[in-house]
Ligand binder design. Structure first.
Ligand SMILES: [Zn+2]
Length: 91
């Protein structure tokens, strides 16, 4: 009886407990991780903009917006990784 999107959303974010995130921005996501379209929590759309801050998992499987990161980081025991050391620029 999963008729509410909210419940699906809750299921999808459970695996993000204790996740580690790299800081990035919308422009970088649009360029290097175009399969990421929305914040996993609030469904904010990724915009091709260097002024829109995002946090992305190291394996690029998921991203959250800066606002949701701030709201959920304690509940989910998140850790922000240092700097912009993201694999997509390697090689
Ligand atoms: Zn969000």
């Amino acid at each position: 009886m999963a008729k509410q999107d909210d419940w699906r959303l809750l299921n999808e974010v459970q695996h993000l407990k204790k996740a580690e995130w790299n800081p990035t921005d919308g422009e970088e996501l649009a360029k290097h991780a175009p399969h990421l379209h929305r914040c996993a929590f609030c469904l904010e759309q990724v915009q091709d903009s260097p002024y829109q801050r995002w946090l992305v998992l190291p394996d690029l499987s998921c991203c959250v917006c800066e606002a949701c990161y701030g709201d959920f980081k304690e509940l989910f025991e998140w850790k922000q990784l240092d700097g912009w050391d993201i694999a997509w620029d390697r090689g």
